[in-house]
Design a protein around this ligand. Sequence first.
Ligand SMILES: *Cc1c(COP(=O)(O)O)cnc(C)c1O
Length: 352
Amino acid sequence: MSKYWNQVTTSLTPYVPGEQPKDKTYIKLNTNENPYPPSPRVLNAIQEVANDDLRLYPDPTSDALIRTIADYYAVSPNQVFVGNGSDEILGFAFAAFFSPESAIRFADITYSFYQVYAKLYGLTVDRIPLDADFNLPLERFYGSEGGIVIANPNAPTSTFVPVEHLRSVLEHNPDQVVMIDEAYIDFGGESAVKLVDEFPNVLVIQTCSKSRSLAGLRVGYAIGHPELIEGLNRIKNSFNSYTLDRLALAGAEASFKDQEYFAAMNAKVITTRTWTVNKLRDLGFLVPESLANFVFITHPDHMASSLFQSLRERGILVRYFNQPRIDQYLRVSIGTDEEMQALINTLEEIMN
Ligand SMILES: *Cc1c(COP(=O)(O)O)cnc(C)c1O
């Protein structure tokens, strides 16, 4: 509390990201970072632009990166927006498309930043409970007053709604914006980008942080109808003309131009995920099918909070959410094969 804070600042509940510990080296399976480095072409591209031109502002309209992303998804550049991580884009999108007088909807268990933005902008939220298997009750998203946000695959549950099912949500909300947050889509799900020409109300948001190993570069993007993209640009250009710096623009562009590396790294993560799910099930964990780079696990005989603590003491960090409905679950990011083997060995040791 401070007497200098205004009412909005005083009332906020800021997002708390997973910890980035500095006390010792952990096996870090707590923030869904990619265990593999970015493409060497990304590092070369960044080194090439780390020169005297840094005295100059970057391109305020990010033209080259937008063109690259548009080509990659076979859409036009006026259907693409880029931002400083997808969190920033979500923040802009909430500001651009949602209003305090009309309640928005998102799941009771989903990415917790949505609630933070809702509070920041004074929005009302109808939280729709996921069913017992953490699936979305789609009909409950029909006919929303103010708009919808769906993370697909969902975080932290890892569950996925097929694109054909999302179509019904879009059809039943023709006058509202439906945001599909696809931070984890490259790990096996089918993207809703294929619906953007058909539905002017869908905004698909993705990021280079997870599947492109660039969490540290801060690049996200959104794909949707040109009117939605223009709305995002109106908000962005009312905050900051230069959300992406020269290094980020060059690095992200290079990432999209190294498809082979991207495909190979994602395939590795998926193979390791399959191995991990099987091993965890052998240990008695219940593991919903995951199409993300993490799994969401619970054990009938072991408290999630004590597993979390015991793993931490043994140098392995996972994510524990002390929240209703999921306080017996752990979210575990997929690391390298060696890291996942260490996780399995350590869990075995703890549970015996
Ligand atoms: C990681 C994540 C984001 C944020 O990604 P950045 O692009 O790094 O800001 C957004 N949504 C979900 C569901 C995520 O898990």
